[in-house]
Design a protein around this ligand. Structure first.
Ligand code: CTP
Length: 400
């Protein structure tokens, strides 16, 4: 989030149940060194108090075209902003912004700015899918507005579906991308990412598994989507998947091998962040192994090394990224894998360190490139790590 330090960001909050999440967006932006001005619409007051945002942002909250000390607050806020983010953006705000209907301070500010705008819609599924909302979103997109798609999950009133405000990390990521000019640097490229840990059947009910949560792979897929790529995610874990990502569900190393080798044939960038079992039971019992048979002897056999196969069949112009989960000799082991598997980049992490790797929301990595360059990224969110990995990919691809 270096990109937000010292930048002026206007955070617009409109009237939806997700308004409470804007508090976290505000706090994280201020913590990262941004000057944050907040605008609360009249409806937003029903969900969140102005005192909360005034206390957390860099100046008292703005609520009206008329109550401000400045006679023209919308032009001041709009002209001074480096970026405006609206989170949550209701169907009404999207419609008013698309139409240029400047009936309140937030819309007037959006229309009075030349800064990059990020909108984060949140509403019930039926509303989000309504053609009027979809048309307004498409129109805003065509004008260069960045739309952070809502996610699927629990909505107000207990309903479940698409329309939930994107999580705070995704919103901050979109802001970071917009401010650092990375916005659409993967436009026109196809990216395939693997995520999660494979599960190898022992019998009809038991599996050999590992602790991978898939969070890092999902973060890379989301980040690549935000940067304009066509994204396919081959995954063993069922997490909320952003609309726009093509998801292929797999379970075993063999299924992941089949999916990844097929997908990689057409991909420009392949990122193998899944934790693949190195061994699987030689035979999986058809039924459930019963206790009365005594302690079973489970004979293992190696699984195919997917990344090595992808490296062997790598096309000219294709960028291949592997991961290395290590508990010792991090850099040497990772360098060995980079060379053996014919990779362009390897992202190494010491999974024995505090807060790093499997199932955490954070990670710390060393990114090694085939040209010998090395970049260390300290403990950061998995979204921030995803940004660094894709920045390294862009760098490798632009090298002569
Ligand atoms: N990998 C793979 N297929 C496998 C095993 C690993 O594609 N059967 C990939 C992982 O997705 C990762 C990279 O290879 O991108 C390195 O995985 P890692 O488990 O760190 O190393 P291994 O090659 O399995 O070697 P070891 O377990 O001995 O460290």
């Amino acid at each position: 989030m270096e990109s937000v330090r010292g930048r002026r960001i206007v955070l617009g909050v409109s009237g939806g149940i997700a308004a409470y999440k804007s508090v976290e967006v505000c706090r994280r932006l201020v913590d990262a060194g941004a000057h944050v001005s907040t605008i609360l619409t009249e409806d937003a007051h029903r969900f969140i108090g102005p005192v909360t945002l005034s206390a957390l942002s860099s100046e008292p909250v703005h609520t009206s075209l008329w109550d401000d000390t400045s006679p023209i607050p919308h032009t001041r806020l709009g002209q001074n902003a480096d970026l405006i983010v609206v989170a949550p953006a209701t169907a009404r705000v999207l419609a008013a912004y698309a139409m240029g209907l400047s009936h309140d301070l937030l819309i007037a500010t959006l229309i009075a700015t030349r800064a990059q705008v990020v909108v984060c819609p949140a509403m019930h599924t039926e509303m989000w899918e309504h053609p009027s909302v979809q048309d307004n979103v498409a129109l805003l997109r065509s004008r260069g507005v960045i739309v952070v798609e809502p996610q699927s999950g629990r909505l107000a009133g207990g309903d479940v579906g698409t329309g939930r405000l994107a999580d705070v990390d995704s919103i901050l990521n979109a802001i970071d991308n917009a401010l650092s000019g990375r916005t659409r640097d993967l436009e026109g490229l196809s990216v395939v990412v693997s995520a999660g840990g494979t599960r190898e059947p022992i019998d009809a009910v038991r599996v050999l598994a590992n602790r991978s949560s898939g969070k890092q792979g999902y973060a890379i897929a989301e980040q690549a989507l935000a940067r304009g790529a066509q994204v396919t995610l081959v995954t063993t874990v069922d997490r909320v998947t952003l609309p726009g990502i093509t998801r292929v569900d797999v379970e075993t190393a063999q299924q992941m091998f089949d999916a990844m080798t097929a997908q990689a044939e057409h991909a420009d960038i392949v990122v193998m962040s899944a934790a693949v079992a190195d061994f699987r039971p030689f035979v999986a019992a058809a039924g459930k192994i019963k206790k009365e048979g005594g302690v079973p002897e489970i004979v293992l056999e190696p699984t195919p090394d997917i990344l090595a196969a992808l490296g062997a069949s790598k096309r000219k112009g294709q960028t291949l990224v592997g991961f290395a989960a290590e508990t010792s000799n991090l850099v040497d082991n990772a360098k060995g894998k980079l060379a053996r598997k014919n990779l362009d980049l390897i992202v190494a992490n010491d999974v024995s360190a505090e807060g790093v790797g499997f199932s955490h929301d954070t990670n710390a990595v060393t990114i090694l490139a085939a040209d010998g360059s090395c970049r260390q990224v300290g403990l950061s969110s998995k979204h921030a790590i995803a940004t660094e990995v894709l920045d390294s990919v862009v760098k490798v691809r632009s090298a002569p």
